[in-house]
Design a protein around this ligand. Sequence first.
Ligand SMILES: [Ca+2]
Ligand SMILES: [Cu+2]
Length: 300
Amino acid sequence: MPAASTGLAGMKQVPGGEFAMGSEDFYPEEAPVRRAEVDGFWIDERPVTVGQFRRFIKETGYVTTAERPLDPALFPNADPAMLVPGSLVFRPARGPVDLSDFRSWWSYVPGARWDRPEGPESDTYTRGRHPVTQVAYEDAEAYARWAGKALPTEAEWEYAARGGLDGKTFAWGDELAPQGQMLANSWQGEFPWQNLMLDGFAGTSPVDAFPPNGYGLFDMTGNVWEWTRDSFTASHDEKPCCAPPSNERVPRRIIKGGSHLCAPNYCLRYRPAARQAESVDTSTCHIGFRCVVRSGREAE
Ligand SMILES: [Ca+2]
Ligand SMILES: [Cu+2]
C-alpha cells in the first residue's frame, strides 16, 4: 500500500512474530526471559522530532504538561516557589558525586519545555531533527492521537528494537561497540561529570546520526528514552537509573531504550530489554517517544 497516502510515511512495517523478551543478565526488572508474541504493526522509523512536534503545537495550540501549573497535593514536600510550570533538566556535576543522590545532576527548571529544553535561555533552532524531549506521557498520547497513531506496547517496542536479532544484548548484536564503533548515543566516561562523547554527542543527537537496526529503525537505542503505553507494575526495588526516580503518587508507565545519559558506571540500559518506570507527569531532557499504527486502523 502507498505509505504517503495512508499516513504511514516515515514508518516501517514490522512483521508479527514471537521473540525472547527480557534479559536475565542485567537488572531484576528485565527478568525472566519469556516468549512474547506481537501482531504485525507499523512503527515510526525515528523518534518524533522537535520539528514534527512544533507542527503539532502550531496546528492544535496544545499546551504541554510542563507548561501547566502543578498540583500541590502531588508534591507535599515541595517548596511552593517551585510549583511553577517547568521541567527536569540534566546538569553535569563538576566532579564525582554520590550516585545515590539524583539531585546532584537533576534540577527542576522553571520555564523548561519542549522548545526550550534546558530552560528559558535555551532554544531548539538548530535541533529540529533532534528528538523532542520534555514531553510527559499525556503529551506523547496527544501527539499520537493527532497523527492518527498510537503509542507502542512494551512488547511491540522491544520486538521492534531487536530488529529481528532474537536474544541479543544490543539491537545490533552482543558487543557494545563493534570494532570500536559506537552505534548509539549513550554516555561514555564517568556519569554524571565526565562526558567523553566518544559517540560525538554530549546531549541529544539528530535522529539519523547512527545506523538503523535490522528493521530500518533509527535510535531504538540511546538518544532518548521512549514512552510506551504499558503500566509499570513490578514490585522489585528500583535500581539506580539515569531517569529521575518516579513519583509513586502518580501512575507510572514503562519507558524503553535508554538515553544519552546511560553510562557504564551507572545505568547499562542502552539495550532492548532494558526498562524503567516513569511517572506519567514527568518530563525531562532525555525522554521522548515514537508512535505505531496497528492494522492500519489508527491511520484511517
Ligand atoms: Ca553521547
Ligand atoms: Cu539510563
